[in-house]
Design a protein around this ligand. Structure first.
Ligand code: PLP
Length: 397
């Protein structure tokens, strides 16, 4: 099928939640993808931060093929060897002690929210249930995770929202301090806000949240759905900050391209989720766990966090050079590791679309931020190619 045929069929049979799309992608290898008409693209969006290993990484493909011939799914009514091994791998590489597996970032956050409430009610104070979250955050699309997401545009039409969330501006410790009351049980925050416009907190902010949690007996929950698996330069984002959360969530690139999410926490907190309190039929099934073991092992063995840090610096430097060339169009560059935003003074949507037309996959977020989430396997050559395309597009503005 060509792009026009795929588009026609999709438009007729799929609910239009994603709107019109420019491309139908059919094949990928490493940092590149091809569309149904044969067009080739440098993928600097990485399936929305999922393809940290690039497309069809041979180790993930091999693990999936091997597991597919052995056992695809059994449910969590049984012990699952790859799931247990994956849990050990994640725990061995973090300061956490136990995992719960699910299928997406939103589900991982749902699990974290449920755990934070239940643990607090049981172990801290029965009347505490409220969670402080940040303006411009993004935590998922279930009813409770859009409530946690403090952006009214995601709530509109779905009210009433889940009770028990309080919003404060991101990167404002004083606001968090003032929002804490005798009902608060946790603070939920992304180490870097990606969907919300690539907002990097000031030095000391996350550490300050940790201190506030300690002083007030609250749980600190890190939404690492985008930042885990090396994107910020360490395996987990929190490892760059010298503090640790009580609960963290991850998904996106955990499965190397297959859908899996996880919530990690300490054993004494995890105890509140006893048998029957939470579940996911598919959560950590043999297929996705085998893929995730291959993905995690590859990220660690190939030191992809190190490459993310190095390439992030190189990329940001190149984008800052562009800012000098196009001061009338570029406001600034922000990010860390390989979550990078080029902040424009103009509408970013047509710019992103023109980049795609010129062979570079990127996306515009918050109307004027061109966001890059490239695979962690990129080299300087890929960055140069991407920057050349952005430069060409901006020259035509
Ligand atoms: C920080 C963060 N949390 C949660 C989610 C939701 O993840 P999912 O779409 O897998 O439910 C996302 C998705 O973009 C995200 O970026």
């Amino acid at each position: 099928m060509d792009t026009a045929e795929i588009k026609k069929m999709a438009t007729k049979y799929i609910i239009n939640t994603y709107g019109e799309r420019q491309l139908a992608l059919v094949r990928g290898k490493g940092c590149y993808v091809w569309d149904a008409d044969g067009g080739k693209y440098l993928d600097f969006l990485g399936g929305l931060a999922v393809n940290g290993l690039g497309h069809c990484h041979p180790k993930v493909v091999e693990a999936v093929q091997e597991q597919a011939e052995k056992l695809l799914h059994v449910s969590n009514l049984y012990y699952i060897e790859p799931q247990a091994k994956l849990a050990k791998l994640l725990i061995d590489n973090s300061t956490m002690e136990q995992c719960f597996f699910c299928n997406s970032g939103a589900e991982a956050n749902e699990a974290a929210i449920k755990l934070a409430r239940k643990y607090t009610k049981e172990k801290i104070a029965a009347n505490r249930f409220s969670i402080i979250t940040m303006e411009n955050s993004f935590h998922g699309r279930t009813l409770t995770t859009i409530t946690a997401t403090a952006q009214p545009k995601y709530h509109k039409g779905f009210e009433p929202m889940t009770p028990g969330f309080k919003y404060v501006p991101f990167d404002d410790l004083e606001a968090v301090k003032n929002a804490i009351d005798n009902e608060t049980c946790a603070i939920l925050v992304e180490p870097i806000q990606s969907e919300g416009g690539v907002n990097v907190p000031s030095p000391g902010y996350l550490e300050g949240l940790r201190a506030l949690c300690d002083e007030n007996n609250l749980l600190l929950v890190f939404d690492e759905v985008q930042t885990a698996m090396g994107r910020l330069g360490k395996f987990f984002g929190y490892q760059s900050y010298g503090i640790e959360p009580d609960i963290l969530t991850m998904a996106k690139s955990l499965g190397g391209g297959v859908p899996i999410g996880a919530m990690l926490t300490k054993r004494h907190i995890a105890e509140s989720l006893g048998p029957g309190t939470h579940a996911a039929t598919f959560g950590g099934n043999p297929l996705v766990s085998a893929a995730a073991i291959a993905a995690v092992t590859t990220v660690i063995e190939e030191n992809l966090p190190g490459n993310a840090a190095k390439m992030g610096e190189y990329f940001m430097g190149k984008l800052l050079d562009l800012k000098d060339k196009f001061p009338q169009v570029i406001e600034g560059v922000r990010g860390r590791g390989l979550i990078i935003g080029l902040v424009l003074k103009i509408d970013g949507k047509p710019v992103a679309s023109n980049c795609i037309d010129n062979g570079l996959l990127t996306i515009c977020t918050m109307d004027h931020v061109l966001r890059f989430l490239p695979p962690l396997i990129i080299s300087e050559k890929h960055v140069d190619e991407a920057v050349e395309i952005v430069e060409k597009v901006l020259s035509d503005v």
